[in-house]
Design a protein. Structure first.
Ligand code: ACM
Ligand code: ZN
Length: 766
C-alpha cells in the first residue's frame, strides 16, 4: 500500500469512527466535527458565573444527568483540569434560544444569550453521551456547533381529559419534549369526559367532573352513557400542588405549559359538576365516551353567572401557569342549545348579534378581554374566527391550514396544527397492523415533509406563523405506553420541522440519524413505532403516460411488487425504477428489510385504463377542497381510490355529484361506470342512485341507465362499489354522471339526519 495514503487513512480513522456516532435530532444549524475527544470523569468541573443565579439550576440539571448515566459526581465551580463551562454572553445570530457548543480535548463550552440556550446546548451534549446508566467512558467528540431554532412555538399537546395520565407520566412526556428541544406543552385539561385540574373555588369540578363510570373495555364510540347509580370510578385530576410541581419541572427544561380550559363547548364535565352552567340547567352524569343525546356540552352565554364562573376558574389557572398564552378552546360547538334557550336569544337581541356564530364570538371576545386584563394572551382553535375574531386572539389552525392563513392575513398570530399531518392520534402505519386509532394516516415521512409556512402567505404575513404543534387526543389512548407509541418517533420528525433550517431538511439523513434514537428508545424501554412498513405507491402522469413510483419509509428497506393480483413476497420483482402502467391492473407491494418481509399486508393500488383518461371534468356542484384527491381531474386519472379514506377519493358534502366529460370526439362506448365508497363511520355513504347520460352536442342528454344503490346504509365496513351502465355500443362525445346524495344519515348513526358525503374515485368509459 502507498505509505502516504496509509498514514492518511490512519489519521482519518478516528474521525470516521466518531462521525458515525453523531446523530443529533433536531439537526443543528451548523456542526463541524474536529479531531479528538473530551472525556467527562471525576476530574471534570462545571463552571459558571455564580452571580448568574439562573445558571445554577442549569448546572444542577447537567450534573444530575451525568450522575444518572455514570454515577459520577461533577463538582461545581471547582478547580480542575477539565471544565464544562456555561457562559451567558451576548452572542450575535443565535437569538434567545440558540447556543454555541464547542468541545475541545480539555474544555466543553456552552455559550448562549439566555439560560434557555444553555439548556438546549446541554441537550445536544446529552445526545453525544450514552442515554442510560453505563460503565463506559463518557467520551464525546470534539465539535463546534452553532444552533438556534427556526420557530418560536415548538409544541406538543396532550389530552388528559379523555383518559387521565398521572403526574409522573406527564413529567416523562415533558422529558421527551426537552430532549427534542420543544418549548411548549399544550395541556388539554378539560373536556366533556373529564375535568382534570383542581379549582379551589369549585370543588365539584374534580369531585364530580373528574370521574366517570369505567367503560374502558369498550371502544370509544360504542360506549353507552352511564346510568344513575353506577359507580364513577375511572378518572383522576391534578391537585394545584402537583400542577405547580409540573410547571416548575417543565420550566427547568425550558418548557412553557399552555393550559387549555375549553369553552364554550366540550364542557359536559363542568356541567355535570355545576348544572347551572348550561342552557338546560339539568342534572347530568359525566360522559363515558362518544357523543350522546340529552347531554349538555355548552356553557350558556345568556347567563352572566357562567362568565363569573369562568373568570374565577381562569383566575386560579392564571395564578398557576406563568404562560403568556392561555388556551380557551372554542372548537366544535353544536349551537342547538343556544337556539332553544330564551336567555341566549335575549342576549343576542340585546347585543345585536345576528346569529349563534356571533353569539360564540361574543362569548370568546368577552373571555379574551378578561384574559387580556390579566396581561395574558388568548389562543383558541380556528373556529374562533367564525362570527368575528377577538382582537388580541391567536389562532390554532387544526382544520387544515385555511383558518391559520385567514388569521395571518388579518394580522393575527397563528400556530399551525393541521389534522394532516400533525394529529398524532391518527395512524402512522397500516391500520390493519396498528393499534386501533381514531382514523386518518399521518406517517413519519408525512410529518417530516410538513412546512408550517403556507406558500400563499407573503413574507410579512408569514411572520405571524409562530410555529407548529402536534396534537395527541386520547379517545383511543388509555395507557401511557400507548401515548409513547403515538408520539415516538413522529415528534422527532416534527422537532426537525420546527427547529432546523428548512434548507437542511433531508429525509434520508433524518432516517439514518433516527436509527440511533431507536437504540436509545430500546435501552430506555420506551414503546415506539418502528415505522410505517406500508409501501407508498405514487402514481405519476406524464406526457399521457401513467407510471408509479414505489417507496418505503423504512431505513435500508426494499420494495417488492406484483401486477398480476398475487400477494408479493421477497422473491417478487424488486422495485428499482418507476413501473409503467399500460393496462388496467392492480399493483401490490411490500417492504422487505435484510431479506425479511416486513409488511404484514401489501399496499394495493388499482388502475383503470379507459377512454376518458386525461379528459377535463366539469362539476355542477363543487368538490370539497378537503377531498380533492390529486386534483380537479381525479375522476379521469385512471387511479382508483384506496381503502385509505381520502386517498384518490373526490368528496361532495350533502350535494349531488354531477360531472360532465367531453371525450373530445365521437367514440364507440358500451360501458360507463362510477366508483363510490361507503365508510359510514366517516359519514361517507353510497349515493341513492347513479344516472348515466350521453350526448352528441353537450346540451341535449339522453339517459342510458340509472343504477340504484344496493349497499345497506347500516353497513359499517368500508365498501367500494362500481355503479355500472352497460349498453349496446353507441357513438358518444359527451357523458354526464349524476350521483344522488342521500337525504340524511340513517337512523341510529351518530350524525342521524345530517348530510352525508359522496366519495367517488373514477368515471370509467369503455
Ligand atoms: C379539535 O381537534 N377539535 C381541536
Ligand atoms: Zn343559553
Amino acid at each position: 500500500m502507498n505509505r502516504r495514503l496509509f498514514i492518511l487513512l490512519i489519521a482519518l480513522a478516528p474521525l470516521f469512527a466518531t462521525a458515525q456516532k453523531i446523530s443529533i435530532i433536531p439537526q443543528p444549524v451548523s456542526l463541524n466535527l474536529r479531531q479528538g475527544s473530551f472525556t467527562i470523569d471525576k476530574n471534570t468541573t462545571i463552571t459558571f458565573n455564580a452571580a448568574q443565579a439562573e445558571l445554577a439550576t442549569a448546572a444542577h440539571y447537567l450534573a444530575g444527568q451525568i450522575m444518572n448515566i455514570s454515577g459520577t459526581t461533577l463538582r461545581l465551580n471547582h478547580a480542575a483540569s477539565k471544565t464544562i463551562q456555561l457562559k451567558l454572553q451576548q452572542t450575535a445570530e443565535i437569538g434567545e434560544e440558540g447556543y454555541l457548543l464547542h468541545i475541545t480535548p480539555s474544555n466543553i463550552a456552552i455559550t448562549a444569550n439566555s439560560r434557555k440556550g444553555i439548556v438546549y446546548g446541554m441537550q445536544t451534549l446529552f445526545q453525544l453521551l450514552p442515554a442510560i446508566r453505563t460503565n463506559a467512558v463518557l467520551e464525546v467528540p470534539c465539535v463546534a456547533i452553532k444552533d438556534y431554532p427556526r420557530f418560536q412555538w415548538r409544541g406538543m399537546h396532550l389530552d388528559v381529559s379523555r383518559h387521565f395520565f398521572g403526574p409522573e407520566f406527564v413529567k416523562k412526556y415533558i422529558d421527551f419534549l426537552a430532549v427534542y428541544k420543544f418549548n411548549t406543552f399544550h395541556w388539554h385539561l378539560t373536556d366533556d369526559q373529564g375535568w382534570r385540574i383542581e379549582i379551589k373555588k369549585y370543588p365539584n369540578l374534580t369531585k364530580t367532573g373528574a370521574w366517570r363510570v369505567d367503560e374502558n373495555y369498550l371502544s370509544w364510540g360504542t360506549r353507552p352513557q352511564a346510568k344513575e347509580g353506577e359507580k364513577a370510578t375511572y378518572g383522576g385530576y391534578y391537585t394545584q400542588e402537583q400542577v405547580k410541581d409540573i410547571v416548575r419541572y417543565a420550566s427547568e427544561r425550558n418548557i412553557t405549559i399552555v393550559p387549555e380550559i375549553e369553552m364554550p363547548g366540550h364542557s359536559a364535565a363542568a356541567i355535570a359538576s355545576y348544572p347551572y352552567l348550561s342552557c338546560e340547567q339539568q342534572h347530568q352524569l359525566p360522559m363515558t365516551g362518544g357523543n350522546y343525546k340529552n347531554i349538555s356540552s355548552n356553557y350558556c352565554p345568556g347567563n352572566d353567572s357562567v362568565f363569573t364562573f369562568l373568570q374565577n376558574v381562569l383566575t386560579e389557572v392564571i395564578g398557576l401557569f406563568p404562560s403568556k398564552f392561555i388556551h380557551l378552546g372554542g372548537d366544535e360547538v353544536d349551537k342547538t342549545s343556544w337556539k332553544n334557550c330564551p336567555k341566549c336569544q335575549k342576549r343576542m337581541k340585546e347585543e345585536g348579534l345576528k346569529n349563534e356564530e356571533e353569539l360564540q364570538s361574543y362569548f370568546m371576545k368577552r373571555m379574551e378581554r378578561f384574559v387580556s386584563s390579566k396581561k395574558r394572551r388568548m389562543i383558541g382553535w380556528d373556529e374562533i374566527l367564525e362570527g368575528g375574531l377577538a382582537p388580541g386572539a391567536t389562532v390554532m389552525s387544526w382544520r387544515g391550514e385555511q383558518g391559520g392563513i385567514a388569521a395571518a392575513k388579518m394580522g393575527h398570530d397563528v400556530v399551525m396544527t393541521p389534522g394532516t399531518p400533525l394529529y398524532f392520534d391518527h395512524y402512522q402505519g397500516d391500520p390493519a397492523t396498528e393499534p386501533l386509532a381514531i382514523g386518518g394516516f399521518n406517517s413519519l415521512k408525512l410529518v417530516y415533509s410538513y412546512d408550517p409556512i403556507p406558500a400563499v402567505l407573503s413574507e410579512k404575513e408569514a411572520t405571524h406563523i409562530l410555529g407548529a404543534q402536534a396534537n395527541l387526543w386520547a379517545e383511543f389512548i388509555s395507557a401511557a405506553a400507548h401515548v409513547e407509541y403515538m408520539v415516538l418517533p413522529r415528534m422527532l420528525a416534527l422537532s426537525e420541522v420546527v427547529w432546523s433550517p428548512k434548507k437542511d431538511r433531508n429525509w434520508n439523513s433524518f432516517n439514518e440519524r433516527l436509527q440511533k434514537h431507536f437504540e436509545v428508545f430500546d435501552q430506555k424501554g420506551l414503546n415506539y413505532s418502528k415505522g410505517n412498513f406500508r409501501v407508498e405507491i405514487k402514481p405519476v402522469a406524464k406526457d399521457g403516460k401513467l407510471s408509479v413510483m414505489l417507496s418505503t419509509e423504512i431505513y435500508n428497506g426494499e420494495v417488492f411488487y406484483t401486477t398480476d393480483g398475487k400477494d408479493p413476497g421477497i422473491f417478487s420483482t424488486k422495485y428499482t425504477r418507476p413501473v409503467s402502467i399500460d393496462s388496467s391492473l392492480t399493483l401490490k407491494a411490500i417492504t422487505g428489510l435484510y431479506g425479511r418481509k416486513m409488511s404484514i399486508l401489501p399496499a394495493i393500488q388499482a388502475f383503470a385504463i379507459h377512454k376518458a383518461i386525461g379528459r377535463d371534468v366539469r362539476y355542477t356542484n363543487p368538490v370539497s377542497p378537503y377531498y380533492m384527491a390529486d386534483g380537479p381531474n381525479s375522476l379521469t386519472d385512471g387511479i382508483r381510490g384506496t381503502d385509505i379514506v381520502g386517498k384518490y377519493w373526490h368528496g361532495f358534502s350533502g350535494k349531488d355529484l354531477i360531472a360532465t366529460i367531453d371525450l373530445g370526439s365521437d367514440q364507440d362506448v358500451h360501458t360507463i361506470s362510477l366508483g363510490c365508497l361507503q365508510s359510514a363511520r366517516d359519514w361517507i355513504m353510497m349515493p341513492q342512485w347513479v344516472k348515466f347520460e350521453v350526448s352528441a352536442d353537450g346540451t341535449q342528454f339522453t339517459e342510458v341507465k340509472t343504477v340504484p344503490n344496493d349497499v345497506s346504509p347500516n353497513e359499517m365496513a368500508s365498501t367500494i362499489k362500481d355503479f355500472k351502465a352497460e349498453f349496446p355500443t353507441k357513438k358518444v362525445r359527451f357523458i354526464r354522471v349524476t350521483a344522488k346524495a342521500i337525504d340524511g344519515l340513517p337512523k341510529g348513526h351518530p350524525g342521524e339526519g345530517k348530510p352525508g358525503w359522496i366519495f367517488a374515485d373514477e368515471i370509467m368509459v369503455n
